[in-house]
Write a protein that binds this ligand. Structure first.
Ligand SMILES: [Zn+2]
Ligand SMILES: [Zn+2]
Ligand SMILES: [Zn+2]
Length: 488
């Protein structure tokens, strides 16, 4: 059966949709965050409702010294950027780097030689190989992301010779680089569903991803997705247009899985009770609660107009963006629609989920261990360094400026997203050497007293007042921080 169109869903489920999009009351908000901060032991911060203009904010539950850790927070949901997948092989659940230094470098060299062979003769020779390297996935997709024995034309230049030969040996484990064992990474664990798109650092992460969202979005043989053809089209479309759609799909699938497990639990606890559709809606609303806290505005109403467009083009631009989301949702519905959870597939809901990621400005960044490795080699002395560099220097030259690209993506961090902006913030997002996965890390930029509001800067706080004002317009507010008041 084909999934119903957006208009039909909007009409049939108007009431539930408006409940999904309703801004939580200050009490509900406070209750949710106090439950969340307790569950994760984030005991040194508190999320509080401030007023109707500002909404909520984060406050210090103790005093902090400069540079002290304020919060290390797990994401609710997130994803690596599509174009970053060739730069960094990471666990799809916790985003730590996996495999080995050799595998990380080998994949990257393979991708670079691929790019060179594309640009040198101006066309793509074997599109399936290129697609697998750039993660434009299809159903059998990314087998090539870990091992891609490839034939690269030997006459294309010395760098490519090195890249292709060395890359294969590095990927296959035939070369061990000097001192790489000091930078060991967790072995690659494959997806439970048998797809070759997602890799993990442990069975634990593979299981957690499977149970929380991936079982519905997996392209492998054990997937619970209803139509893999649609799933493939959805992933392809997102990779080509906006990879935030992939994170939005995780939000939808994790809500479906959570709602259905809440329902099962209720049945188990009270098997005789007759369950109504209202009970089902309540489970859906409960599963949805974490996301309802993060909503700001509809994506197509709030996205900043590209600078090359004039005011006359605005309506057309916004309609185009809405059309893009509508097409993406249509493909997602084809893949995982469930009648019982139809309200989740409303275009309004989808637009708000995307808006949440676009407007909360929470980047996921994990530094590359390859960078640490090359720094270590560089800091060696005498003969040891000379010997090691016989191996590493050619690799470094072939990798060029891109040798240390971090893992980059989009994520939603529930507490961090509540922190208000200031151009003189008292905390900053900063990964320390020991922070090797996708958790958000917030440090104090100066001494902070108990009870003070904790703020971060959404923009470059060193920009001029005019520039800051323009940048913050995208967030929909005028900054009233001490610096802005003084400079205005
Ligand atoms: Zn992991
Ligand atoms: Zn999978
Ligand atoms: Zn300001």
């Amino acid at each position: 059966m084909e999934a119903p169109n957006h208009e039909f869903i909007d009409q049939m489920h108007a009431e539930t949709i408006s409940r999904l999009l309703l801004e939580p009351s200050p009490d509900a908000m406070q209750a949710y965050y106090s439950k969340l901060t307790k569950a994760h032991n984030y005991s040194d911060v508190e999320v509080r409702y401030i007023n109707s203009r500002i909404g909520k904010g984060v406050f210090a539950s103790k005093s902090y010294e400069s540079n002290e850790l304020i919060l290390k927070e797990h994401m609710l949901v997130g994803a690596q950027h599509t174009q970053n997948k060739t730069d960094a092989l990471v666990c799809s659940f916790c985003f730590c780097f996996i495999g080995s230094i050799e595998l990380q470098i080998g994949r990257k060299l393979l991708f670079l030689s691929d790019k060179n062979s594309q640009s040198s003769d101006g066309h793509v020779e074997d599109s399936t190989e290129i697609e697998s390297m750039t993660h434009i996935t299809d159903l059998n997709s990314c087998a090539g992301n870990l091992k891609t024995p490839r034939n690269i034309d030997k006459e294309k230049g010395s760098n490519e010779d090195l890249s292709s030969n060395a890359a294969e040996s590095l990927i296959n484990g035939n070369i061990q680089l000097p001192f790489s064992s000091l930078f060991s990474l967790p072995a690659v664990v494959f997806c439970i569903g048998g797809c070759e798109d997602e890799f993990f650092c442990s069975e634990k992460c593979a299981k957690a991803a499977w149970e929380s969202y991936h079982s519905l979005l997996c392209s492998g043989p054990k997937s619970l997705c209803k139509d893999k053809d649609f799933l493939c089209k959805f992933i392809h479309h997102a990779n080509e247009t906006n990879d935030i759609f992939l994170v939005a799909a995780k939000v939808i699938s994790s809500t479906i899985l959570k709602a259905s497990s809440l329902e099962q639990l209720k049945h188990k606890n009270d098997p005789k009770k007759c369950y109504t559709s209202e009970d089902c809606i309540n489970c859906l609303l409960e599963a949805w609660e974490p996301f309802s806290m993060g909503f700001k505005r509809l994506w197509w109403d709030s996205i900043a107009l590209p600078i090359d467009l004039g005011a006359d083009d605005e309506i057309g631009f916004r309609n185009e963006i809405k059309e893009l989301a509508s097409h993406s949702l249509k493909l997602l519905k084809g893949a995982i629609f469930e009648e019982k959870y139809a309200p989740l597939f409303s275009l309004q809901v989808y637009g708000h989920v995307i808006g949440m990621f676009e407007l909360n400005n929470l980047d996921l960044v994990v530094a590359s261990p390859v960078e640490d490795y090359f720094i270590y080699i560089d800091e060696l002395d005498g003969k040891e360094k000379v010997e090691a560099e016989k191996f590493t220097r050619p690799l470094l030259d072939a990798l060029g400026d891109d040798y240390n690209v971090p893992c980059e993506g989009t994520a939603f961090f529930p507490v961090q997203s509540c922190a208000n902006h200031s151009c003189v913030p008292n905390m900053k997002a900063f990964k320390r050497d020991e922070d090797k996965d996708g958790q958000a890390v917030l440090l104090a930029t100066r001494p902070i007293q108990f009870g003070e509001e904790l703020t971060i800067s959404y923009i470059d706080e060193d920009a001029s007042w005019e520039e800051r004002k323009a940048l913050l317009k995208d967030y929909g507010f005028i900054c009233m921080c001490p610096k802005c008041i003084k400079e205005s």
